[in-house]
Design a protein around this ligand. Structure first.
Ligand code: PEP
Ligand code: MG
Length: 614
């Protein structure tokens, strides 16, 4: 989240019009469930940014910072404006003039001119200058002799809101505390980064709704993992609610109903009861095998993004961790976790899994998974114009092998200390076989060093696998398979890179489609390349957790699935209702299609016919 810590003592924001009739803001349904609660919006900056003075020689820099924040804020508001078109007419009529006023104030307005002048003449930091200028303008507006007090208050609030946006952008910090969120709140914000989501406590946050974000971005994945109902990519949301508003958030339908009607509330309560019943029914599956009706065993494992998920993984009855995303170790901190810290973290997880397989993926930094500790000094200008196509995943680790060495060493030590464990290592964002060869050289070098240090490593090192998550890797899967010990197909990035659609970007989310035939053909090609060599292959992208897609993936030959723990019982239910022969015939039929809409229809039809009646 690009905002500062909240001021919880502050009174709720007043919007341009008081509204009490229901307004439904649509978004992307990213995490199942319904939540009814009061909005806690985190778009407010702290009420008091410390007063900051600057030396005379910093004036130019500070003016540049202000100009950059103004430009960024204009971009934000402009983007909001283009997206409110999908809102109900009533909400559009309300929001449009407000956003126009904001854009005007981000032009050559008194606020901006005044702030600039304060930087020059009073030697103030940009955020202090903006705050002081905004306060003065507000005082003048509120003191005006005008009978339209509501109109004056509205104008004063507009100045305050735009000043807040500027201050937020000027004082951006990724380090936030969500500890004090009111219990049962619905967290609303423009944007939530994966690092922010990692800080949420699911026992306090009933639901999350944001303006930005896509269905399979890491924020969405994190929210699903935490089991928090969520709607992302909901344009106009932050303008449509204010702190303390009651909302009904439906993470299955992808809607946020602000000031819900009695009928909406009643429906929400029914859905909550139905969810609770379904959960109770699914929990009975925990101890039953994941086996098809014709006796084929299927391995259902869990993805883990943060250690807090371990109890959920146990509850779900997962047969191991098929994807341990180690990014959590690097998030929300300024330094890097050393070997000992990593040993401690992996020990906790491997120990908790008690001999079940644990596949540890080395750091997948880059793209939307930006981390402070690595952002500076690692690769200046690392972001480039296309961060997702730049120094991400293994590419970065091979540039900085010391990071890879620390991670390999920690995993090898934990694997050696748990001789009954089944630990595997996984490489993210591979495109060419040579990268795997280089990583293996580092791996073997680290193992030799550890042995010299007296570590008792097994003769055969833990398997080193490759994520198949780029079209390049999928199409060269036969060549990469010769270098890898196993494959894990990451359908999230595979869909993103194949379709050239950012998985976390709301604007293009309608084009993000893992059922696009191009994506399915790559999954099929990579799976077959592995099966030909009798090499283990799993699917660990979000497709694996969608029970509607279970027949198709089984039919393509996949027998190991790794998914967020909350999805596992439904997938097990699907597996137990399916026959492998039927799945293979169904997959052949799907793979003959070229139209994604037709594929979706077939998939839904098959699921309805077999799984949903189970
Ligand atoms: C994927 O890309 O499908 C995957 C599992 O990796 P991540 O979501 O962590 O990028
Ligand atoms: Mg990936």
């Amino acid at each position: 989240m690009k905002t500062e810590k909240n001021d919880r003592t502050e009174a709720p924001r007043t919007k341009s019009k008081a509204r009490s009739s229901e307004v439904v803001v649509p978004g992307i349904a990213v995490s199942h469930g319904v939540a009814v609660g009061l909005v806690y919006d985190t778009t407010d900056p702290p009420a008091e940014t410390p007063h900051r003075a600057i030396p005379a020689d910093a004036v130019d820099d500070e003016k540049q910072k202000l100009a950059a924040a103004v430009a960024f804020s204009r971009k934000q508001v402009g983007k909001l404006k283009t997206r409110i078109g999908v809102l109900p007419e009533e909400a559009q009529e309300e929001l449009e003039p407000l956003l126009d006023a904001h854009l005007m104030m981000l032009g050559n307005s008194r606020l901006i001119r005044g702030a600039r002048k304060r930087i020059e003449t009073e030697l103030l930091g940009a955020e202090t200058a903006v705050q002081e200028e905004a306060e003065e303008i507000r005082a003048v507006i509120l003191a005006a002799k005008d009978d339209d007090k509501a109109g004056l208050a509205r104008r004063a609030n507009e100045v305050r809101d735009i000043a807040r946006r500027l201050v937020r952008n000027l004082t951006a910090t990724p380090f936030r505390s969500f500890k004090d969120l009111p219990e049962g709140c619905i967290l609303v914000s423009e944007e939530l980064t994966p690092a922010d989501a990692a800080l949420l406590d699911p026992s306090r946050v009933a639901g999350v709704a944001t303006e930005e974000g896509g269905a399979d971005g890491h924020t969405a994945i994190m929210l699903r993992a935490l089991g928090i109902p969520a709607v992302l990519g909901a344009p106009g949301l932050t303008e449509a609610v204010q702190r303390g508003d009651q909302v009904v958030l439906d993470g299955t339908a992808g809607t946020v109903a602000v000031h819900p009607s009695a009928a909406t509330l009643a429906t929400a309560k029914e859905k909550l009861t139905a969810f609770a019943k379904e959960r109770a029914k699914l929990s009975k599956l925990r101890r039953l095998p994941a086996e098809t009706t014709d006796g084929e065993a299927v391995e259902l494992q869990a993805n883990l993004e943060i250690p807090q998920e371990l109890p959920l993984i146990a509850q779900a009855g997962a047969m191991g961790i098929g994807l341990l995303r180690t990014e959590f170790l690097f998030m929300n901190r300024e330094d890097l976790p050393d070997e000992e810290a990593q040993v401690e973290a992996y020990t906790q997880i491997v120990g908790a899994m008690d001999g079940l397989p644990v596949t540890i993926r080395v750091l997948d930094w880059g793209g939307e998974k930006d981390m402070e500790a690595l952002a500076e000094g690692v690769a200046p200008g690392h972001a480039g114009s296309n961060p997702a196509l730049g120094l991400r995943g293994l590419r970065m680790l091979l540039k900085r092998p010391e990071l890879l060495e620390v991670q390999f060493a920690a995993v090898l030590r934990v694997a050696a200390a748990h001789s009954d464990s089944h630990v595997r290592l996984l490489l993210p964002m591979v495109t060419v076989p040579e990268e795997v060869r280089q990583a293996r050289e580092v791996y073997e070098r680290v193992a030799r060093r550890l042995r010299r240090r007296g570590e008792k490593l097994p003769e055969k090192l833990p398997p080193l696998g490759v994520m198949i998550e780029t079209p390049g890797a999928a199409l060269a899967a036969d060549a990469i398979a010769l270098e890898a010990d196993f494959f894990a197909i990451g359908t999230n990035d595979l869909a993103m890179y194949t379709l050239a659609v950012d998985r976390a970007e709301a604007e293009v989310s309608h084009l993000y489609d893992p059922l696009h035939p191009a994506v399915l053909r790559l999954v099929q090609f990579a799976t077959e390349a592995a099966l030909r060599l009798r090499m283990p292959v799993s699917v660990c992208g979000e497709m694996a957790g969608n029970p509607q897609l279970t027949p198709l993936l089984l039919g393509l030959g996949v027998r190991t699935f790794s998914m967020n723990a909350s999805a596992l019982p439904r997938v097990k239910q699907a597996v137990r209702a399916l026959d492998i022969g039927d799945c293979a015939r169904f997959a052949r039929r799907v793979m003959e299609q070229s139209d994604p809409a037709r594929i979706r229809e077939l998939v839904a039809g098959f699921a309805e016919g077999v799984i949903e009646r189970a």
